[in-house]
Design a binder for this molecule. Sequence first.
Ligand SMILES: [Zn+2]
Length: 466
Amino acid sequence: LSCEHALKKDWTMLLYDETQFQAYLDQNRERFRDELFEFLRLRSITAQGIGMEETAAYVAQRLEAIGAKVQVLRLPGAAPLVLGTIGSGERTMMFYDHYDVQPAEPLELWETPAFEPSERDGKWFARGVADDKGGLLMRIQAVEALQATMGQLPLQIKFLIEGEEEIGSPNLSLYCQEYAHLMQADACLWESGGANALGQQQITCGSKGLLYVELIARGPAYDLHSANASMIENPAWRLTWALASIKDRDDRILIPGFYDRVRDLTESELQALAALPNDDEQVLKSFGVDHFINHRQGLERMKAHLFTPTANICGVGSGYTEEGIKTVLPAEARAKMDFRLVPDMDPYEIEQLLRAHLDANGFDDIELKVLSHAYPSRSPVDSPLVQVAAKAIEHVFGHAPIVYPSVAGTGPTALLRRTLNLDICSAIGVVHPDCKMHSPNENINAADYWSAMIGTAAFLSLFSQS
Ligand SMILES: [Zn+2]
C-alpha cells in the first residue's frame, strides 16, 4: 500500500480570496449554526436502531442542497450509507464521516438534554456534536462556502458518510467492496481532528488493530467441595497457567511468531515520534500510578505506546468472589483478552498463532472464543495528504501541527485503506481534549467550528494543486 503521487511544485498558494470566504462565513454564521442544531436534534442511535433512515435522508438532502450528486447506498440489514460527489478536477478528496451517535445514557448526568442542543460559555452541547455530526456538517458547509467563493470547486470531493461507526462499522468493508467503483479517490480525510490540551493542532495517520478473545477453561460438571482439590484439576489454575504462558514479566509476548510481521519504523515515523510532546508526568498523575511498564520514559514510552502490540487481560472470572468464605472448586474459569496489533500484523493470523501456542503448551482443552478482529492501519507521515494538511494548519492556525504516526487505539480506517488503497489521516476537525465524546455533556467550542471550516477550505484548495 503506498500512494505513488509526488507533490507537484507551486502547490502552496490558496486559489481563492480569503476575505471573501470569511465574508461568506460571517453572512451565514447563524444559518450554519441553526442547521447544526437541527441535525443534532435527530436521534440517530445505531446501537438502538433509532432514526437511521431519517438522519441519512437529512444528510442526503443537505448534500443535494450544495449541488452534490447523492446516492443512498444500501445493503441488507445495514444502515444506509450516503455517498455524495461534488466538483471536478484532477484530484479527488474523500471525506469520511458518520451520522450515527452513541446512546445518550445516563441521561440524568446531562446538564441540558442530549438531543436538545444548547450553547453555554462559547460551547455547544449535544450528543454527537463532537463525534461526529459537528465535523460532518462543518465539512459540508465549508465546501458550500468554498464553492460560493470560487464559483466552482477546483477538485472533486466525495463524501462517504456511514451510519454504523458507533457499533464498529460492521458493514463498511462490504459497502466498500460492493461500491468500490464509486469510491475511488486520491486520499481520505478521516473524521475527528482538532487540537490537544496545549492548543496544538494534531494530525493522526493510523490506528492499531485488534483481536478480542475469550478463554474458557472447563473442569468438573459443577462447582465441587474444595476438599476435592486433592484429586480434581481446578480450571482456574489451568486458566491462570495458560494466561501466564502468554506474556512474561518483562512485557514480552511469548506466542511464537507473534512479532514476525511487526514492521520497522520508517525514518520519517521516527522523526515524527521524536517531535511528539512529552506528557509522561500528566499521564502518570491522571492514571494514579508512579511508573510506566519497564520504567520506560519519554520517547521510549511513547514508542512502545504507539508502535508495539499488546496482550491485555480485560477481565477474569471464576468461582466464589463475594464476601466471606466459600470453599469451592469451580467448574469453569473465563478470561477476556484484547491484543492491540500494529502494521503489518493480521488479526486472523494472530488468532491461529494463539490457538497453536495454547495447544503446544498443553492447553488444547481451553476453548478460544473470538469476539472481534480489526486490522491495523498506518498511512505514511510524509504523504502528500499529510503535507497538505500540515500546510493548511500552518496557514490558518499559525503553527506546525503535531503529527502522530498512529494512535494507540483502534478504528475502522484499515477497512478503507485496504479496500480502496487510500492514504488516510485525521486533521482539521472540531474535537478538543475535553469534548466528552461518548459521555454526558458532549461538546465542542463554537470557535473551533469556524476555524475548522476555514482550515478545511484551505486544505481543499491546497490539495487540488498537490
Ligand atoms: Zn466518530
